[in-house]
Design a protein around this ligand. Structure first.
Ligand code: URA
Length: 242
């Protein structure tokens, strides 16, 4: 599997001279139109540094991954269409604004995807959340679908699919098959994750070119156990149990 070093870049505010901005590893870029990588800001890199660090405790892991999840959800929401919305401000002046009028639903790939639900609920009040349970065979990494519980009207909603790590893409591709079988149009699905492998993102983007992926970072690749490297280990274990 491909592992190619991600680039280093000076990170920090532009007003500082380059020599005063530390060099940090930033996301690889991918030339895939449907993969959107968050801007590699100093705060994002600092949050990622915290959750990648093996010595970070569980409380900090949850706190910093939630900060990244908020950025991912806000960016995903920017991909939904809006309508003009003209209002009058509290000082009596008109303001030409916009509003989103569709319906949204989150779908978490259990269990790690559930860790992203809070950020979605914080941005979309009373949002419906469906669940899909897919488990990877530890040896072969092949996914099996165990359970799904989705809103009955899911085909009429924009779907934000939640899974923090896009490794081989096996689970996410299976989850997409479930959504498509319920009638959700491909172009109404947004897949958000914190870290993607280049091979997972490429496989996904090729199979479903109309589905948008929003990710915080594209890492170097996968190791022999299909963990993302440099990665952060097992996201679910670090968020829920360690
Ligand atoms: N899932 C994880 O939690 N971590 C990886 O590196 C890959 C898949």
């Amino acid at each position: 599997m491909s592992t190619q070093e991600a680039p280093n870049q000076h990170v920090g505010p532009d007003y500082k001279p380059t020599s005063e901005r530390p060099e940090a590893t930033v996301s690889k870029s991918l030339s895939l139109d449907n993969v959107h990588i968050l801007p590699q800001t100093s705060q994002l890199i600092a949050c990622l540094t915290m959750i990648r660090d093996k010595s970070t405790n569980r409380a900090d892991f949850i706190f910093y991954s939630n900060r990244i999840n908020r950025l991912l959800v806000e960016e995903a929401l920017n991909h939904l269409p809006v309508l003009p919305h003209n209002i009058t401000t509290a000082v009596g002046r008109p303001y030409a604004g916009v509003k989103f009028e569709g319906r949204i639903c989150g779908v978490s790939i259990m269990r790690a995807g559930e860790a992203m639900e809070q950020a979605l609920r914080e941005c979309c009040r009373s949002v419906r959340i469906g669940k899909i349970l897919i488990q990877r065979d530890e040896e072969t990494s092949n996914p099996t679908l165990f359970y799904d519980k989705l809103p009955a009207d899911i085909k009429d909603r924009w779907v934000i699919l939640l899974d923090p790590m896009l490794a081989t893409g096996g689970s996410a591709l299976m989850a997409i098959d479930v959504l498509l079988s319920k009638g959700v149009p491909e172009e109404h699905i947004l897949f958000i994750n914190l870290i993607a492998s280049p091979e997972g993102a490429a496989k996904f983007a090729k199979k479903f070119p109309k589905i948008r992926i929003v990710t915080a970072f594209v890492d170097e690749g996968l190791n022999e156990k299909n963990y993302i490297v440099p990665g952060l280990g097992d996201f679910g274990d670090r968020f829920y149990t360690l």
